[in-house]
Design a protein around this ligand. Structure first.
Ligand SMILES: [Ca+2]
Length: 341
């Protein structure tokens, strides 16, 4: 019969409580008044005193337990710090392997996009580190394209879940799109266990438009997003599962920050949502049910597919960061490495 409602007040995290009790007990408990607590009424005499003490002890115990439970729930609802949500970070400072990884931190190379012969090691000779050329520290430079594929295994490096899956992808690029980028589609990153249009995420550059569009593609299982098997060219642009930037700000002389978040994937519900942020600002949103069925052991975080340009600060998180957190990420003075070193 005791109801306790607790609130977190302000940034100091102070707890306040409203107590509601049956009217018959109202005379025996501490009640909120003014800036503190006071007893509104008291009985006189020994028996009422004993009853009051007993009741106060009981109610205070109940209040403390309820306060602890409710406060615990309130704090549990707070997002985890960025460092606790990080699942992978590759800064390319002095090496190709990730600096932080919940899974395998080693970069791998395969001879095809299907990666059936992938092995640890960086075996694309035209992919080099640029000392002190990065957004922070060194960077990765794709000097020309190659049929070889470099990637990080996705298992545990992305917190993929078969139900209610959320996450964040963050990276920085630097390039002159008209002067450097090859004429075909170019994917600085693509994450899938199959192919680009079947349970896949990617950032890519379109090939036909001028200026070339930069896009965050979100492709559910092929049979989910394209059950009629409609040819890609016949799908209207507005119906394609992508967030598109038609005039992206890439330059040869400055780094551009790209972030994608996704939330409530693999629920079967329509409240799933993806967002793309460019240089810390929300650029677009893609709403609607998404189902990406992965075999985590076959999924790969592939870098630089048909891409030429620079790349730095690859980060993945196990939840969808808020707009404010994306801004914080954008402004980290020495990069994501400072979160865990
Ligand atoms: Ca770096």
């Amino acid at each position: 019969m005791l109801a306790v409602r607790l609130r977190r007040n302000g940034s100091a995290g102070a707890i306040s409580a409203d107590l509601a009790v049956p009217r018959s007990h109202a005379h025996t408990i501490l009640a909120k008044g003014g800036t503190g607590y006071k007893r509104p009424r008291q009985f006189s005499g020994f028996l009422p005193f004993v009853c009051e003490v007993a009741m106060r002890g009981l109610l205070m115990s109940g209040c403390l337990v309820a306060a602890g439970l409710t406060a615990g729930m309130a704090f549990a609802a707070e997002p985890a710090p960025l460092r606790e949500s990080l699942t992978l970070h590759a800064d390319f400072d002095g090496g190709f392997d990730a600096g932080f990884a919940r899974g395998d931190k080693r970069i791998h190379t395969a001879t095809t996009l299907m990666r059936t012969d992938g092995q640890p090691g960086q075996r694309r000779p035209e992919v080099v580190l640029v000392p002190n050329g990065g957004r922070h520290g060194d960077s990765l430079r794709f000097q020309k394209t190659s049929p070889l594929v470099i990637y990080y295994p996705a298992a545990r490096n992305i917190d993929w879940r078969p139900d209610d899956w959320s996450g964040t992808l963050s990276l920085w690029l630097k390039l002159s799109v008209p002067d450097e980028l090859p004429p075909d589609y170019a994917d600085p990153i693509q994450i899938t266990d199959k192919k680009w249009d079947d349970a896949s995420f990617f950032f890519d550059f379109s090939k036909d438009e001028r200026p070339r569009h930069f896009r965050f593609g979100v492709f559910s299982d092929f049979k989910v997003w394209n059950p009629a098997n409609t040819p890609w060219e016949k799908i209207a642009v507005k119906d394609r599962p992508m967030i598109v930037h038609e005039n992206p700000p890439f330059q040869k002389t400055r780094w551009t920050h790209l972030v994608a978040t996704w939330s409530h994937y693999n629920t079967g519900r329509p409240d799933a949502e993806a967002r793309m942020y460019v240089d810390g600002q929300l650029h677009g949103t893609l709403k609607g049910k998404q189902t990406l069925s992965w075999d985590p052991d076959k999924t790969a975080i592939m870098l630089g597919i048909a891409y030429v340009g620079e790349f730095d600060e690859l980060s993945l998180f196990d939840r969808a960061l808020s707009a404010e957190e994306v801004r914080q990420l954008h402004e980290l003075p020495t990069g994501v490495g400072a979160l865990y070193r």
